[in-house]
Ligand binder design. Sequence first.
Ligand code: HEC
Ligand code: HEC
Ligand code: HEC
Length: 278
Amino acid sequence: MAKRTAGKNQQRAGSRPVPLVDPASSVKPQAARYLWLAVASMLIVALGLTWYFNRAEQAVEAAVVKPTVNASYVGGKRCISCHADQAKAWSGSDHDLAMQVANEKTVLGNFDNAHFSYADVSSRFFKRDGRFFVSTDGPRGVVADFEIKYTFGVRPLQQYLIELPGGRLQAFGIAWDARTREQGGQRWFHLYPKDALKAGDALHWTGVNQNWNFMCSECHSTALAKNYDSKNETFNTTWKEINVSCEACHGPASSHLAWAEKPKTERDTSSEKAWSMP
Ligand code: HEC
Ligand code: HEC
Ligand code: HEC
């Protein structure tokens, strides 16, 4: 195949007058033409691909990143009446369950005096007055009881957040494998099984790398504000919704609501997207 083409090229080159080129040029005229053709078609393909992906990206952006001038958050509950299908699809999803207050319904792990040993510490998971605790090594390596405040993530594993002074929430290093028993789940395990992490290590659950405010919060909740006070080294972190709700992706929706709640005939349809309507 390659041979045939080469032969054809030679034939053609022979039947044509040799174009004027710099004799010093190392590229033969016919080869130069094919080189230009190749470069040109590569450029066209590249431009085409750029256009195609830009368009696809814009389509997603149109639905997701809205101009949010002056708009404020209204809460995902406000969307249900008009977007029941999306609300139903979202409800119970990983986004819905990205972070939850710890209680009987949300905690998946075994807190019936389950033990787990790691780095010479035997941690114990237990319940007291309907609340969830772990007895484990704390900020100075001293074993104490710590309350589980929130669940974090849900599948295939669930992590737990513990409150430390200064408004800090910390992601605990022993996580619950939420898969079924058949899949090897329904057990506690450590996220860094080989490191034998101790207090003082940045990766220990009390360390800076497991600090929720700084490391995790923004992706798992809606309209999160870290509110770090550098003078006192404290956090006053807030969210509009604890989980990844509608407006986490679609942006604050007050102007969309104002637009949508108008009678159809009074809506400004000049913007079919209707997100940035005042
Ligand atoms: C009073 C009814 C109403 C409420 C409440 C409402 N919407 Fe809408 N929404 C509409 C209408 C009407 C449209 C445009 C027609 C359509 O695509 O269904 C729309 C379109 C959208 C679109 C698609 C826009 C596009 O670019 O195609 C998104 C995303 C959206 N709404 C998100 C939300 C979110 C998030 C909430 C809650 C914070 C919400 N809506 C609340 C009526 C409403
Ligand atoms: C950049 C955004 C982002 C940050 C930062 C982030 N997460 Fe996540 N997290 C995600 C997303 C997206 C998923 C869902 C992943 C999936 O379903 O594959 C997820 C899922 C999880 C899960 C569920 C299990 C899983 O693998 O799906 C856990 C547990 C979790 N995150 C813990 C944390 C902790 C702890 C931190 C901070 C140390 C953190 N995440 C920081 C985006 C983030
Ligand atoms: C994790 C991000 C995310 C969350 C959370 C989310 N959406 Fe969306 N939504 C999207 C994306 C991305 C699209 C575009 C999907 C597409 O083009 O296929 C979309 C599309 C839509 C549309 C346009 C019609 C459609 O189905 O394509 C509506 C309406 C909508 N979402 C409403 C909601 C509502 C209401 C909620 C909360 C109950 C919600 N979304 C939560 C990312 C999200």
